[in-house]
Ligand binder design. Structure first.
Ligand code: ATP
Ligand code: MG
Length: 428
């Protein structure tokens, strides 16, 4: 029988890696709390229509990347490809939008893409969504929050902020018309993908990676010239607030986003350390989305970042958290009576030393083999129970690792002295 394997593009995250993931997650958790954001958890499966109506029918995601299926009732469901749509749906459905809401979420997303480094079919995002504030101070807040994360993770020198305003819906349609007019005249010079987009989603041509297309765009109408007065003023204010906070950015007039729901401010954090998958975080304002999904008109601003790419970047920048051993204390017991005492003592120690990692040897074996495991566990101290200890009512403590030479070696203490002796050994 052939082995069952994981689905292509859906990776196991193994114990060595989860330590890094937990570090990223813990850092984000603390960061978002410090800005007053509360966590929301949405289902992984939603009605397919939710994504069609929010992300847009003619986007890469909806056209070719969604995992959609009919459930047993014949209803079309989709594994969420991103978090904003579900978050907005949940906020409307649960009446969260009568006041300013600062929310964040984390979890797996699913897109049928060609798997490669930094691009999976199941990947993980952490996202932030702020509802109810239309003014650009909120844009700045959300961007500053993301900027602080890079500082906390020690990678701020390796990511650059790209910024643009794509204006109101009306401004964008006026621009789209002018862009299509221009590009129609050069249709034959466009690559195949861009030719197709010319009819379906011409703004996406702006972020084509094709050098010939990019050259063509140099002489094309500029989105900035079509911005409405309010978008222009808001954009200026966002930049002013970022300047005041000392966050640097590059204006990229060709930055559009792959999802239809954005307006005004859009931004991306990009790195040149991850090859083609260089965007680690992307977001923007989406003032029309809540209404589009059936709520009252409530403005929104947010971003999502890809955890896999972030972890790759931490590796590339050698900013990984220190490797921590799985154990602080390893408990060795030889013989039935010794084991009975040791197991009970370990439980008592766990009551007293909150957070201390106490690994109890299980599975028996010789004293020597148990000590080998103790050493391998990375623990600083081994607690040892053998026949002698049981008979004498003592326990032995062996220092396996210590910065203090005076603590090296092994000592036997009365059972009642265990707590105190251990505390002293660990304090060094
Ligand atoms: P890309 O252009 O790389 O496909 P995107 O514009 O489709 O990205 P968004 O929908 O904005 O990506 O998602 C936000 C972030 O989520 C991205 O910047 C990236 O870090 C991450 N991300 C998106 N798709 C994937 C994927 N398939 N695998 C891993 N991370 C992803
Ligand atoms: Mg994509």
């Amino acid at each position: 029988m052939s082995n069952i394997r994981a689905i292509r593009g859906m990776n196991d995250i193994l114990p060595d890696a989860t330590a890094i993931w937990q570090y990223v997650e813990a850092t984000v958790r603390e960061l978002v709390a410090s800005y007053g954001y509360a966590e929301i958890r949405m289902p992984i499966v939603e009605q397919t229509d939710l994504f069609k109506r929010s992300i847009g029918e003619v986007t890469d995601i909806v056209e070719k990347e969604m995992y959609s299926f009919d459930d047993r009732n014949g209803e079309s469901l989709t594994l969420r490809p991103e978090g904003t749509a579900g978050c907005v749906r949940a906020a409307i459905q649960n009446g969260l939008l009568n006041t300013t809401q600062r929310l964040w979420y984390a979890g797996p997303m699913f897109r049928y893409e060609r798997p490669q480094k930094g691009r999976q079919r199941q990947f993980h995002q952490i996202g932030v969504e702020a509802f109810g504030v239309a003014t650009p101070d909120m844009d700045a807040e959300v961007i500053l929050l993301s900027a602080r994360l890079w500082r906390l993770l020690g990678i701020s020198a390796d990511v650059q902020l790209q910024l643009n305003s794509i204006g109101s819906l009306e401004a964008r349609s006026a621009f789209r018309e002018a862009l299509v007019d221009y590009l129609q005249q050069h249709r034959e010079s466009l690559d195949e993908d861009s030719q197709r987009r010319l009819d379906s989603n011409p703004l996406r041509i702006l972020d084509s990676k094709n050098p010939a297309t990019q050259a063509l765009l140099d002489a094309a109408p500029a989105l900035g010239d079509y911005l409405d007065a309010e978008s222009r003023a808001d954009y200026a204010r966002v930049k002013e607030l970022l300047d005041a906070a000392g966050v640097t950015y590059t204006e990229n007039p060709r930055l559009v986003r792959g999802l239809d729901y954005y307006n005004k401010t859009v931004f991306e954090w990009v790195t040149d350390r991850l090859g083609a998958q260089g965007t680690v975080c992307a977001g923007g304002r989406y003032d029309g989305l809540v209404e589009q999904l059936g709520g009252k008109p409530v403005p929104g601003m947010g971003f999502a970042m890809g955890i896999e790419r972030l972890v790759l970047l931490l590796e590339a920048c050698e900013q990984l958290p220190p490797v921590v051993a799985a154990a602080d204390v390893y408990v060795v017991a030889y013989g039935d009576a010794a084991q009975r005492e040791a197991v009970a003592a370990s439980e008592q120690l766990r009551d007293v030393f909150a957070g201390l990692r106490i690994v109890q040897h299980t599975g028996g074996g010789s004293f020597k083999s148990q000590m080998k495991k103790a050493d391998k566990s990375g623990a600083r101290v081994a607690l040892i129970w053998g026949e002698d200890e049981v008979a004498a009512g003592t326990v032995s403590l062996k220092t396996l690792r210590s910065r203090n030479d005076a603590q090296q070696g092994q000592q036997s203490v009365a059972r009642e002295q265990l707590e105190e002796t251990l505390r002293a050994l660990l304090a060094d």
